[in-house]
Design a protein around this ligand. Structure first.
Ligand SMILES: NC(=O)C1=CN([C@@H]2O[C@H](COP(=O)(O)OP(=O)(O)OC[C@H]3O[C@@H](n4cnc5c(N)ncnc54)[C@H](O)[C@@H]3O)[C@@H](O)[C@H]2O)[C@@H](O)CC1
Ligand SMILES: [K+]
Length: 487
């Protein structure tokens, strides 16, 4: 599990430790990471060109100290001071003493930026507020040939939320200290991070409000049928999905549920004949169900389907048309439910559920805030789909999915996810576990289907790759499994 802590938590944990060893450990880890990158890129540190972008805080201080260490190993180091009067005095002195060149001239800085083998972004760290000023913002788009290493987090990314209020640097590698920060794992910020490397500095932060499941966490969560399993032990999913207009949604949701390990799928919807032709294992009879999935492509049947599902005493996943109906009814529609409800909106549906006071773009730009608000308002677990899928609980706890791929933004992909998450709910997982587990497997299946370096995939390809994703996770132990994920 990757745990992400807020700025307030990090500051409190840092305050419990002596400042000097903290800086020493951070700088040692940062310099070592840079040395490894330079050695991989150029064969050695000696003779490589390094540029430090230094702001006024400790992030700039750490970058300057690391620059000094690498200058000591023979790198040609220059530093641009973005707030010249306020650069970390001891770190600046150390860089100068090690032979580093210091400039405040933007033209010189930009020329060095374009040529350097490695650039250290020490403009701001967790103390960054609002967008970058113009002197720093130019580096967000300036051309460069070398690697950009962000110190703690890419400057311009909000540490607590992952929001990017203005220009932000785009890193190849982010070296973060002590713990992860929400902004490193939630988009749009996460899209600026590149490869993420954690340097332990001895922090002991409290419980994390945001976490990201990794391969080993998934392996522990996924249900495995025991020898005496029957379909009810594995879980029967009831699907209220598809319509004459959208038969495909039913087929894809069924595919997701079956490949999600459902013991059986009971289908209720109009295109029943097509469903059985494609998936002969589906049951059309009424009977016991351990979780309902309502909404994918369910069209005019939605209001009744939603009534039936919400009246049941089993977990209900509401998706697509079900969410539009729920938006019309408002949070009161879930008030009487004793069993859990899982909502799986994309940004547009989330905006509607929030009463139309925000746009889909605003939801996508501030994913944590809106997913939490939605979960609190409806008293339900919310899986907000998108480039980094976010699962929020009504109490504000969040799990972020690390496996997404942009190839998943394809028609019907959400139907597969709904069926898959429904199967995990029917197997007995809580929404808090089922939702991130489904997002993880779905993203991994998308990656496996797209291949490396990646090609377009259909939702059917994603469903077909679910067994491979499942195996990849179950093989566990191996860091990242075949898909190369994990720490
Ligand atoms: N404490 C330590 O020993 C170390 C701290 N480091 C990092 O330093 C950071 C904490 O240091 P600070 O509290 O000094 O915070 P920052 O390094 O984030 O700097 C904050 C300062 O930058 C300026 N600033 C804020 N927003 C800005 C913006 N949008 N554009 C330009 N300037 C802006 C302000 O003057 C503010 O005081 C953390 O990210 C931490 O990981 C590491 O780099 C090295 C070790
Ligand atoms: K930074």
């Amino acid at each position: 599990m990757r745990h992400a802590h807020t700025v307030e938590q990090v500051r409190a944990a840092e305050a419990a430790l002596a400042p000097a060893p903290l800086m020493e450990r951070a700088v040692a880890g940062l310099a070592a990471a840079c040395a490894r990158l330079l050695t991989r890129r150029r064969g050695r540190v000696y003779g490589s060109a390094l540029l430090v972008l230094a702001g006024s805080g400790d992030s700039g201080g750490g970058a300057l100290f690391a620059g000094a260490r690498l200058a000591g190993r023979g790198a040609a180091v220059s530093a641009v001071l973005l707030d010249p009067g306020r650069a970390h005095p001891a770190a600046l002195a150390a860089l100068r003493a090690a032979g580093g060149r210091v400039t405040t001239d933007q033209e010189v800085g930009l020329a060095d930026f374009s040529r350097a083998d490695l650039i250290l972004d020490g403009i701001v760290g967790i103390g960054g507020r609002g967008g970058l000023g113009p002197a720093a913002a130019v580096y967000a788009t300036a051309p460069r040939a070398g690697l950009l290493v962000a110190v703690d987090l890419p400057s311009g990314v909000d540490a607590d939320t992952g929001e990017v209020p203005g220009a932000a640097l785009r890193a190849d590698v982010t070296v973060t200290f002590g713990t992860y920060k929400p902004g490193l794992v939630v988009d749009p910020g996460a899209g600026h991070v590149g490869a993420l490397h954690l340097v332990p500095i001895g922090l002991r932060p409290p419980q994390a409000p945001v976490e990201a499941l990794q391969h080993a966490d998934l392996a522990a969560l996924l249900p495995r049928p025991a020898t005496e399993s029957d379909k009810y032990r594995r879980g029967v999913v009831g699907l209220l999905a598809g319509s004459e207009r959208y038969p495909g949604a039913a087929l894809l949701a069924v595919a997701g549920a079956l490949r999600g390990g459902a013991g059986a799928v009971r289908y209720q919807g109009r295109p029943a004949e097509e469903v059985v032709r494609c998936h002969p294992e589906v049951l059309l009879t009424a009977g016991r169900v351990q979780a309902w999935v309502v909404g994918p492509g369910s069209g005019d049947d939605t209001p009744e389907a939603l009534d039936d599902a919400l009246a049941s005493e089993v977990p209900v996943l509401v998706d697509a048309d079900g969410l539009s109906e729920l938006a019309r009814r408002g949070p009161g529609a879930l008030a009487g439910r004793a069993a859990p409800t899982l909502l799986t909106p994309h940004a547009g549906e989330a905006a509607r559920l929030l009463g139309g006071t925000v746009t889909a773009d605003q939801v996508a730009a501030a994913r944590l805030r809106h997913a939490r608000e939605l979960a609190a308002r409806f008293g339900a677990t919310v899986l907000l789909k998108g480039s980094s899928t976010v699962v929020a609980r009504p109490d504000g706890a969040v799990r972020v999915n690390p496996t997404g791929t942009s190839w998943l933004a394809t028609a019907g992909s959400g139907d597969v996810l709904a069926g898959l998450a429904g199967a995990l709910l029917a197997a007995g997982l809580t929404p808090w576990d089922a939702a991130p587990a489904a997002a993880y497997l779905h993203g991994l299946a998308g990656r496996l289907a797209a291949g490396e370096p990646g090609a377009p995939v259909t939702a059917s390809d994603v469903a077909a790759a679910l067994p491979a994703a499942w195996r990849d996770v179950a093989e566990g132990g191996r860091p990242g499994g075949a898909a190369g994920l994990g720490d």
